[in-house]
Every structure is written in structure tokens, then in C-alpha cells.
Design a protein around this ligand. Structure first.
Ligand code: UFG
Length: 326
């Protein structure tokens, strides 16, 4: 199978490319390197530096390489930033996504995987969160993914493009060669590890008055390799099955305080922490039910244990203390 991966130089995209190549698939990466890193692109992938805002560029890439499927990771991804810069998310994530969909439809691409998000579920009625939960986007970011999910419904109906929407909970972890390197970094685990590396003085715990056992927010942390494998399973399943939507997590929540304590155990560093104000938009608890993808595709996370996830992230941070060099 030949797979075009937008955002294949980014964190989750580059690790999915690594796993695709390991699985023997052919990969074309399309990335503008705005957030991604050229060093993160697997050397066996064809790399096109291009921007989805440039409709001609993505159309040319699809026309030239004629992929069997597309995995669409490229987007703005920060919940908090989207509350402050809604148009970046409500305009760019959507118009860029539409440029991609239009070219894909025109060139008869029949399989499409969308990176979607737990931010669709801002006010869940049931925990863990299943795919039947009502959708209440928690931010313009979540709304942009919700709109893309809706557009895919029309791609399927009008063009027979089969899609999978994968709603990630909290992606984390690393492989030996690829890990998390955002600028600026906002995610809990890499920030905690930067403290352990001596690059930051302390970690802020955003609120300890949530309705959770220890007062800090509870999230479902999922290893990026397990996410990547879910993409590969879903892409294969779309060959002879219907479109689908899956929530992706481990079905187990950890609090911010538990994450920090686990990182102390792994790194041997005291990792000073300080309680600060809540970060706007953070729900108390988000835990996924991934029963549907386990049942339908036999997905089985290999790195579900938080300590293992943090150990693997730590190994990458120790070997790449300044992230990717380019
Ligand atoms: N947190 C802190 N201190 C920090 C950073 C984070 O206490 O310095 C807390 C947050 O408040 C939150 C938890 O750690 O409770 C995890 O925060 P992250 O920023 O690591 O991740 P988010 O849960 O905010 O966001 C992630 C993805 C989004 C996705 C969302 C879905 O990055 O793309 O999960 O729930 F939309």
C-alpha cells in the first residue's frame, strides 16, 4: 500500500511513518515543517515539503504519487491556543483539510484516516467515553476536527471514500529515534521531563481543586506507538469495510500528580511541582473506552503502562536533550 501522510514530520505523524515503513508500506510525507522537523522524517519515506494551504501543491503530490490512502495529521493542535486564536483553527484547519479532501476525491483516493481528538467530548455523560457519546467540542480546535469528521461523511457518500476518524486521548511516549519536540512545548509529560533534565526549574500543576481523587486532572495517556498501530489497522480495514470512528486510549486515567510522581520514580529527579491556577478549558476527567477498535480490529495496546510510557519518553529526551537538531 502507498500512503500519503500529511504532518509526517510531526510527533505522531513521524512515528506512524516509522511504523508504516517497518510494516513494509510505501510512504510519502507531505509537511510544511512549520511544527514538524525534517530530521523526524524517516529516510525511506519520500519527503515533500509543502503546505496544505497551497492547493496546487497537494494536488500535484497526490497526482504524482497516486496514494492508496491518506493519513491526515497536519493541523494546528492546541486546545488552549485555539481559544485565543479561533480563526487559525476554524479557518486554516478546515480550509487546509478541504484542499486535501478535494484533491483526494479528484484523484479517487479511497481510504482516509483523520487525526481527531478527545476534545470532541467536553461534557461527557458517561465515563469511559464511547463512540456513542454526544459530541460537544471543547474548543475551536475540537470544533475543527468535528467539522472534518462531518466533511468525511460527505466524501464517503458522494465519492465512496472510506474513512476512519481516530479520536486520540493524550498521546505520549517515544520510539528510540523519534519523540515529542514542540516549540513551545505545552504538554505535561515532555515538560515534566524537561525539569528532570535540568532545563526547567519546576512543573506547574494547573489546579488541584478538580472533582478527582487527588484534585488534579485525570487523563488517559496512550503511547504513540499504539496510536500508530491503530492507524495501520484502520487503513487496512478500510480496504473492504465501512467507514468508522474510534476512541483511542487505554481506558485508565492518571492524574497530573500521578504522572509527576511516576516521572520522579523513572528519572530519579525530585521534579519540584507547584500548584497554579486552572488552565481554561480543562475538564476534570477524560478516559476513553476503546472497546470498539479492540473488538472490530483486534487492536491491543502494547505499552499501556504509564511507567513504560514515561521510561520510553525519558530515553528519547536523554538521547535528544535539545530535540531534533534541524
Ligand atoms: N498540565 C499541567 N501542567 C502543565 C501542562 C499540563 O498541569 O504544565 C495538565 C493539564 O492541565 C491537563 C494535563 O496536564 O490536565 C494534560 O495536559 P496536556 O497539555 O499534556 O494535554 P491536553 O489534555 O491538554 O491535550 C491533549 C492533546 C490535545 C487533545 C486533548 C484531548 O494535546 O490535542 O489532549 O483531550 F485535544
Amino acid at each position: 500500500m502507498k500512503v500519503l501522510v500529511t504532518g509526517g514530520a510531526g510527533y505522531i505523524g513521524s512515528i506512524t511513518v516509522e511504523r508504516l515503513i517497518k510494516a513494509g508500506e510505501e510512504v510519502v510525507v507531505f509537511d510544511n515543517l512549520f511544527q514538524g522537523h525534517e530530521d523526524a522524517v524517516h529516510p525511506e519515506a519520500v519527503f515533500i515539503q509543502g503546505d496544505l494551504a497551497d492547493k496546487g501543491a497537494i494536488e500535484a503530490a497526490i497526482a504524482e504519487h497516486r496514494p492508496d490512502g491518506i493519513m491526515h495529521f497536519a493541523s494546528y493542535t492546541l486546545v488552549g491556543e485555539s481559544m485565543e486564536r479561533p480563526f487559525l483553527y476554524l479557518r486554516d484547519n478546515i480550509t487546509n483539510g478541504l484542499n486535501l479532501l478535494e484533491s483526494a476525491a479528484k484523484h479517487n483516493v479511497k481510504r482516509f484516516i483523520l487525526s481527531s481528538t478527545a476534545n470532541l467530548f467536553d461534557d461527557p455523560e458517561n465515563m469511559p467515553i464511547t463512540e456513542t457519546e454526544r459530541i460537544v467540542p471543547g474548543s475551536p480546535y475540537g470544533e475543527s476536527k468535528n467539522i472534518m469528521e462531518r466533511y468525511l461523511y460527505w466524501m464517503d457518500r458522494l465519492y465512496g471514500m472510506r474513512y476512519a476518524c481516530l479520536r486520540y486521548f493524550n498521546a505520549c511516549g517515544a520510539t528510540e529515534e523519534r519523540g515529542e519536540d514542540h516549540d513551545p512545548e505545552t504538554h505535561l509529560i515532555p515538560l515534566v521531563l524537561e525539569v528532570a533534565l535540568g532545563q526547567r526549574e519546576k512543573i506547574a500543576i494547573f489546579g488541584d481543586d478538580y472533582d478527582t481523587p487527588d484534585g488534579s486532572c485525570v487523563r488517559d495517556y496512550i503511547h504513540v506507538i499504539d496510536l500508530a498501530e491503530a492507524h495501520i489497522l484502520a487503513m487496512r480495514a478500510l480496504g473492504d469495510g465501512p467507514s468508522r470512528k474510534y476512541n483511542l486510549g487505554n481506558g485508565r486515567g492518571y492524574s497530573v500528580k500521578e504522572v509527576i510522581q511516576t516521572a520522579r520514580d523513572v528519572t530519579g529527579h525530585p521534579i519540584p511541582a507547584e500548584i497554579t491556577a486552572r488552565r481554561p478549558g480543562d475538564p476534570d476527567i477524560l478516559i476513553a473506552s476503546s472497546d470498539t477498535i479492540r473488538r472490530e480490529l483486534g487492536w491491543q495496546p502494547q505499552y499501556a503502562d504509564l511507567r513504560t510510557i514515561i521510561e520510553m519518553a525519558w530515553n528519547w529526551h536523554v538521547s535528544h536533550p535539545n530535540g531534533y537538531t534541524k
